[in-house]
Design a protein around this ligand. Structure first.
Ligand SMILES: [Zn+2]
Length: 546
């Protein structure tokens, strides 16, 4: 019998006790032999990869595939370095947008334009009167112009106030156009749901981009509801794209917590929180799977909306806030955990991390084992004593070291140098015995795995400041945090993230060995090819396919 494929002549880092080998045999989507065992087999295709380096395909356990895909099709204002450049980009887009139609932009960050926000009148002029909606790169805020504020009832809502969010006012008490957190619902209520076709287009664009960077598995950190979802039918879009064969990477998806409802009276036998079929985390297969439920506990550092025990450094008296009533969030998360959901709890401030620990600890004390690990998303500030508490509660913190490269100088200004030492940890999580998964949170930050790995080793801000020196990783630790670590965190330990007999044949083929180059050169290594389930899904030079 001829097997499907043998790759030989490369440096294959298995990320297991086997270490490095020189050949891998693949059949029916899986790895069936390594080294000499592989070379003894006969294959339909045998390729000499001429010294290239092979790693397990990279796994990003926290990105936003639909949202990222949409940024590829919406107006991208991220390159703007001044407000005038933003107005110019909006005006250019307006010139080929029908009158009255919305202009939707993504990638706005006030830190890129001198810590300033667009003026709602200037934006209206630039757009020729069309409504404008610019989404903040953090996902935790957005900016509207006058026309958009009128269409979405912002002026009326400003009089009532919004729980878990804020309509920012100027000194005259007029809305500035900046909406934070739950206040974004005002615009989403008008704009959502997106048509399925648009979401499908976004998913195709996102996953085609992923494979060009060596990614083979991605977890979408919030679909279906809340301010992060784009349609209550978002999972259908995933199924449609998968059925068409255009979902290029494996995807795990996290339903946002508002999609989980209570069924039955609280306390009644059989009452539960979840989908009304009882479907829960873990359903699906290696191509598309329901992951944990996503719970937003708080906001972001740069929005000063992350909930901290100590006040913000730049803003006395401000501790940030929860995304709603703390006890309601806690109760809903606990009930979802009891209903069989793993929990992915967005907690950036250390007080929100306390709440996440309390929730996981309570479920553990009740004897409930989740179908895949519970987790804390981000951990913008984690106090030293919380490390042990997190480990004891069975949690790990899913961090984004690339934030430090891009936003670290702003973080220091907002939380001060003492807390910056506790911020977006990596090494201390490993030292406390937790699994480590490095992630991008794309499109909040650019997400090429090799650039995130580089950031985790350097931890240098834009101004050159070394941010939390003791948290730097070695190359081996960082590579594990994109392969074996996230495999474990997402419930796939031993089946992906490793080149081992029986594991899925997902590979990233690199033009150089990350172990041979300086940390600051890691992001320059080209991805030569990406293999998913034994098929070349990215192969511009024909390394794998003929
Ligand atoms: Zn996220």
């Amino acid at each position: 019998m001829n097997i499907d494929l043998i790759l030989r002549g490369g440096r294959i880092h298995t990320m297991s006790a086997v270490g490095t080998t020189d050949a891998v045999a693949i059949h029916d989507g899986r790895i069936i032999a390594l080294g000499e065992d592989a070379l003894r087999l006969d294959a339909r295709v045998t390729r000499d990869i001429r010294g290239k380096t092979v790693l397990p395909g990279f796994i990003d356990a926290h990105a936003h595939s639909v949202w990222f895909g949409l940024t590829l099709v919406e107006l991208d204002v991220a390159p703007a370095r001044s407000l005038d450049e933003i107005y110019a980009l909006v005006a250019e887009r307006a010139s080929d947008t029908p009158a009255g139609e919305w202009i939707v932009g993504a990638g706005f960050n006030q830190m890129s334009v001198g810590n300033r926000y667009p003026d709602p009148d200037r934006l209206t002029i630039a757009a020729g009167g069309r409504p404008v909606w610019l989404k903040h790169t953090s996902g935790h805020a957005c900016v509207l112009n006058r026309a958009a504020m009128s269409e979405t009832g912002v002026y009326e809502a400003a009089l009532r106030g919004v729980e878990g969010g804020r309509i920012v006012l100027d000194e005259r008490g007029e809305p500035t156009g900046l909406l934070e957190e739950q206040a974004m619902r005002l615009v989403q209520d008008v704009m959502l749901p997106y048509p399925l076709a648009r979401i499908e287009e976004a998913l195709e664009a996102a996953t085609a981009h992923y494979v060009s960077e060596g990614l083979t598995s991605v977890t979408d950190a919030g679909i279906g509801g809340g301010w992060i979802g784009h349609s209550p039918q978002e999972f259908s879009a995933y199924q449609n794209v998968l059925a068409r064969g255009s979902l290029r990477t494996r995807q795990q998806v996290m339903p946002e917590s508002s999609t989980l409802a209570r069924h039955g009276e609280p306390g009644a036998t059989g009452s539960f929180v979840g989908f009304n079929t009882g479907v829960r985390s873990g359903l699906g297969d290696d191509r598309l799977q329901l992951g944990p439920a996503k719970f937003f506990l708080d906001g972001s550092i740069l929005g000063a909306t992350a909930r901290m025990t100590e006040e913000y450094h730049h803003c006395a008296g401000s501790h940030g806030y929860y995304q709603g009533n703390r006890d309601d969030i806690r109760g809903h998360a606990l009930d979802a955990g009891r209903g069989g959901w793993a929990l992915a709890m967005h907690a950036v401030g250390d007080e929100a991390v306390d709440l996440a620990i309390d929730i996981a600890h309570t479920l553990r004390a009740e004897g409930i084992t989740p179908p895949m690990p519970h987790r804390v998303e981000h951990g913008g500030v984690v106090r030293p004593e919380q490390l042990t508490e997190l480990a004891e509660a069975g949690l790990t913190v899913i961090g984004q070291p690339r934030f430090l490269t891009l936003y670290g100088d702003g973080f220091r200004e907002f939380i001060g140098d003492d807390r910056a030492e506790w911020s977006f940890r990596s090494k201390s999580l490993l030292d406390a015995g937790m699994s480590l998964a490095l992630t991008s949170d794309r499109p909040v930050a650019p997400g090429a795995p090799l650039s995130v790995i580089e950031s985790s080793m350097l931890r240098r801000t834009e101004s050159g400041h070394l941010y939390g020196a003791h948290e730097r990783l070695t190359i081996d630790e960082a590579l594990a945090a994109y392969t074996t670590g996230p495999a474990k965190v997402t419930g796939w330990a031993g089946r992906k993230g490793v080149i081992a007999v029986g594991a899925l044949a997902d590979l990233a083929v690199l033009g150089a060995d990350p172990r041979d180059v300086l940390p600051e050169e890691v992001s320059d290594i080209p991805v030569a090819a990406t293999v998913l389930g034994g098929e070349a899904v990215y192969d511009p030079e024909g390394v794998i396919a003929v």
